[in-house]
Design a protein around this ligand. Structure first.
Ligand SMILES: Cc1cc2nc3c(=O)[nH]c(=O)nc-3n(C[C@H](O)[C@H](O)[C@H](O)COP(=O)(O)O)c2cc1C
Length: 195
């Protein structure tokens, strides 16, 4: 797993998604993966009080309009082998910053993507998120919904394992592509085989 790199991009308002992101980071780093985290921050953050009743939050979430955010300075999608994207669920959907992010990077993140959502109830939120991303062209190979970072430690471990497996597959394909020419020449070509 040396030299394999993962970016974890997430938004977190009350800290749960951040806690999950940090656990995934730790587990990947324990296997020697280099992990960079990017926490999206809105230029105009929502006031922490009475989040459920914040008109701007509700409007941004339900209208899916683009919001201004920072936190991705230096993020170069091509520099990573896998990209992990995490979001809280608000009113059944991912947070506005994440919606804006995936629109902004549509067609630009070509590496395999693993996504997770955090929510109060266990539902198929992450599957919906995966499908939305797939409809935009992202290659999503893993999804998970976490309700409690502590109680769901097992789920988080499995998620990290899934990312490690994808990294191993990527590593293998890179190695096979970098076989020295001398060895390649010794392999019979497909054309020769058919003769
Ligand atoms: C405005 C708002 C709407 C929410 N809507 C849902 C929801 O539809 N379903 C759900 O299970 N949890 C919902 N939640 C709970 C959050 O998804 C949950 O607390 C999440 O883990 C928070 O992540 P964060 O701490 O990273 O901000 C909502 C929370 C807020 C503030």
């Amino acid at each position: 797993m040396m030299y394999m790199r993962v970016a974890i991009i997430y938004y977190s308002k009350t800290g749960r998604t951040r806690a999950v992101a940090m656990r995934i980071k730790k587990k990947l780093e324990e296997s020697g993966v280099v992990v960079d985290t990017y926490e999206l921050r809105l230029d105009r953050e929502y006031s922490r009080r009475l989040l459920h009743f914040n008109p701007r939050l509700i409007y941004d979430t339900l209208s899916s309009r683009a919001v201004e955010f920072g936190g991705i300075r230096g993020f170069n999608p091509g520099a990573y082998d896998v990209v992990v994207i995490g979001s809280p669920i608000w009113f059944g959907t991912v947070a506005p910053a994440i919606k804006t992010f995936i629109r902004k990077f549509k067609g630009k993140i070509r590496k395999p993507v693993a996504c997770f959502t955090t929510a109060n109830i266990r539902s198929d939120y992450s599957l919906k998120f995966k499908r939305v991303m797939e409809s935009m062209g992202y290659r999503v190979f893993l999804h998970e919904t976490i309700t409690d970072p502590d109680a769901d430690n097992e789920l988080i471990s499995r998620f990290a394992e899934g990312v490690l497996m994808a990294l191993k597959a990527a590593e293998k394909s890179v190695l096979s592509q970098t076989t020295p020419y001398s060895q390649r020449d010794q392999r019979p070509s497909q054309h020769t085989n058919q003769e």
